[in-house]
Design a protein. Structure first.
Length: 295
């Protein structure tokens, strides 16, 4: 499989490369490092020498050379400089051109707190990409994990949950990693849930977790390691904070039901989880991308 890594010569870019290496090793994939430069403006810090595009390309190639040198020899890696007014659009186009199955980006930037601090490019990708997007938390480059250890799949009951489960099952099966299915239950009163109705919410979550577990087991080899659990909390952040995490773990979540078909939209639940997680998150579109949908 092909994995596109949105690269910048920053710590966040190094985090993205490190996560890309981990995923490539786990899935037998190949990396395509893509550095996007502005199409028609000169950054103030770079004085043009000759043609500004040539100057920028030369500098970008040097950055990519250093990035490729950081990739271990057992992972196939290529790189490409591209010019575009929108970095997110450029990465989506590159993913389509290469028929990549995943885009990887670093979570360092400005925005959310904790290990993920999303910049504008990552935010845009998480609200427009037609393929799954993996976000590396700050510090991924320092991790000793060489491969994915376990996949956690946060399953809800809304539209797209079946596709998310399919993706998680395929990923775990291809990687040979255990699969952990999680239903997060926030017991704070919310729309449609009456105060004092915690037991009804809990029973519904348990029934849903059992159904998801049974469905996953049917799609996996008989002895494949899959577990399911329900985690309660006063809020989504409180619930996800109670999960145990280890080096090499990642979590997969589904796109919001608000997304357009075959596009991502980071929903409120996933955004809340990002605030407290320090493991990579993979966000999956709610519809499969077909060849007719590629730009």
């Amino acid at each position: 499989m092909r994995i596109v890594v949105g690269y910048l010569a920053t710590p966040g870019g190094a985090d993205a490369v490190a996560l890309g290496v981990r995923l490539a090793r786990t899935l037998g994939g190949e990396l395509d490092l893509c550095l996007v430069l502005p199409a028609d403006r000169v950054p103030p810090s770079l004085a043009p020498v000759g043609g500004y595009r040539e100057h920028l390309t030369e500098q970008a190639e040097e950055w990519l050379d250093a990035a490729r040198a950081s990739v271990p020899d057992d992972v196939v890696v290529r790189s490409r400089v591209t010019f575009d007014d929108s970095s997110a659009d450029a990465l989506i186009k590159e993913a389509a051109r290469m028929e990549a199955e995943l885009i990887v980006v670093g979570g360092s930037g400005g925005g959310l707190a904790a290990s993920f601090s999303l910049g504008s490019v990552v935010n845009e990708l998480l609200h427009s990409a037609p393929v799954p997007v993996a976000v590396a938390p700050r510090g991924t480059r320092h991790s000793s994990a060489e491969r994915v250890r376990e996949v956690t799949c946060a399953i809800g009951e809304r539209e797209g949950a079946d596709l998310l489960l399919d993706n998680a099952v395929r990923f775990s099966q291809a990687a040979g990693t255990p699969l952990r299915l999680v239903s997060l239950v926030a017991l704070d009163p919310s729309f449609g849930v009456l105060r004092g109705d915690d037991e009804a919410v809990r029973e519904r979550a348990m029934a849903h977790a059992r159904h998801v577990h049974d469905t996953a087991k049917l799609r996996l080899p008989e002895d494949f390691p899959v577990t399911s659990m329900i985690v309660e909390g006063r809020s989504i952040e409180d619930a996800v904070g109670k999960l145990d995490w280890y080096a090499g773990d990642l979590i997969m979540v589904g796109s919001s039901r608000l997304s357009a078909p075959r596009r991502l939209f980071l929903g409120s639940t996933a955004a809340k989880m990002l605030r407290v997680l320090d493991v990579p998150m993979v966000v999956v579109p709610r519809d499969q991308l077909g060849a007719e949908d590629l730009p």
